[in-house]
Ligand binder design. Structure first.
Ligand SMILES: Cc1ncc(COP(=O)(O)O)c(C=O)c1O
Length: 390
């Protein structure tokens, strides 16, 4: 039995695994059982402590959860703030820069998550010159072309670490090195990496990294995180700001903000307490399991999915090189959208994306049998469809 199957002992922590084949952690990670207690704890605190809860627990929660996320990516303590989602994180980053000068170019890839793309395209209204680097094959990002696009006019490079559609792992190191060489900054979207692909923001020397907890970190909706490299954290003054970023928030001072230190410096309004409470059990489990062990198992299981897809002659829209492949396998079998809805009816939880196909994303809690179950079900659905259309 492979040693990575030790990870199956965590299965009992996730109620949904008892009655579904859960292969959708690239979209929404399974809920840890302990979230029930976390939510009860939240309600009890609110019910019994009332407004005192702010002082006793809630006011520091955003920073504490930020540190718990930061530990998973080797971020310095106090360098990670939390927000509602990635789009908000990107907006906070944008608000640290001035697009009115000559250096006003934002370079990004068409393989970025659309919300991030829509956000940067909209910054044209504020003077940003936006340059999109296009994929050739719908799977990878052409690294050389991306590096060539980064020049002395580039202010920011906004790039996903792992591509949501294909699970391609971008060459973050080369991109960051090139950006720094010409004086540009990088905001790395680590949503599809943190929790399944190891990432070390300190070793990468990345300027900003952001993602959310609801996928591979099993933390539920409502918590995005923003890492700001500690030296930049002291320097940047986000104009998307608010009272929690003030040196003396309870002074309720009139006039311009006096910025406090990170992580609060990058926050703005009242924090999202219920989501922060819900995020903690998942973060705790991921820290216990360890991302290196998750990655080892993920490489093996994604390879198996590719092998099975190949056996049936289905198109795989995911890199075959395990070093360039994240936790998802996108399989474009015939009628893949319909196949996806049939799988959902059978409690085999996956999703479908245009130009990707059916995305299957094993996590540390999946058995090898889950993969066989999903693929056999696809086979059967396609067979029934052939019979029905005869
Ligand atoms: C790479 C990536 N970035 C961002 C998002 C989501 O952005 P937001 O948190 O703004 O909804 C997703 C998926 O939901 C994603 O896969």
């Amino acid at each position: 039995m492979p040693t990575s199957d030790e990870l199956l002992r965590y299965r009992s922590e996730f109620p949904i695994l008892e009655h579904t084949t859960y292969l959708i952690s690239n979209s929404l990670g399974a809920m840890p059982r302990a979230v029930y207690d976390a939510m009860k704890g939240y309600a009890d605190t609110w019910a019994t402590r009332g407004v005192r809860a702010w002082e006793e627990r809630w006011w520091t929660l955003a920073a504490e959860v930020g540190d718990e996320i930061g530990t998973l990516m080797n971020a310095a303590k106090g360098s990670v703030s939390t927000h509602q989602n990635v789009t908000t994180c990107q907006a906070i980053v944008a608000s640290c820069f001035d697009f009115s000068g000559k250096r006003n170019q934002v370079v990004y890839s068409d393989m970025n998550f659309p919300s991030v793309m829509y956000f940067w395209e909209a910054q044209r209204a504020h003077g940003a010159r936006v340059r999109m680097v296009k994929t050739d094959d719908g799977i990878t990002v052409p690294t050389e072309r991306l590096l060539d696009a980064i020049n002395e006019d580039t202010l920011l490079v906004a790039i996903s670490h792992v591509i949501f559609r294909s699970a391609y792992i971008n060459d973050a190191k080369s991109i960051i090195e090139k950006a720094h060489k010409v004086g540009a900054h990088v905001v790395l979207d680590t949503y599809q990496s943190l929790g399944t692909v190891p990432i070390d923001v300190s070793a990468l020397d990345v300027d900003f990294a952001c993602g959310g907890v609801l996928k591979w970190l099993c933390g539920g909706p409502g918590v995005g995180y923003l890492y700001v490299r500690p030296d930049l954290g002291k320097k940047f003054e986000p104009t998307f700001t608010g009272w929690t970023a003030h040196q003396n928030p309870f002074g309720f001072e009139i006039g311009p903000i006096r910025y406090t230190d990170p992580p609060y410096r990058f926050m703005n309004g009242t924090p999202h307490i219920p989501s922060l409470e819900a995020a903690r059990p998942g973060l705790k489990i991921i820290a216990q399991v360890g991302i290196e062990r998750i990655r080892e198992k993920s490489k093996r299981q994604t390879a198996r999915l590719i092998e099975l897809a190949d056996k049936h002659g289905w198109r795989v829209n995911t890199p075959r090189d395990p070093e360039r492949r994240g936790g998802t396998v996108s399989i474009d079998m015939p009628d893949s959208q319909e196949v996806c809805s049939q799988l959902l009816k059978r409690d085999i939880l996956v999703d479908w994306r245009p130009k990707a196909g059916v995305r299957m994303s094993p996590h540390f809690y999946n058995t090898d049998q889950d993969l066989e179950t999903a693929i056999s079900a696809v086979e059967e659905i396609l067979k029934n469809r052939t019979v029905a259309t005869r």
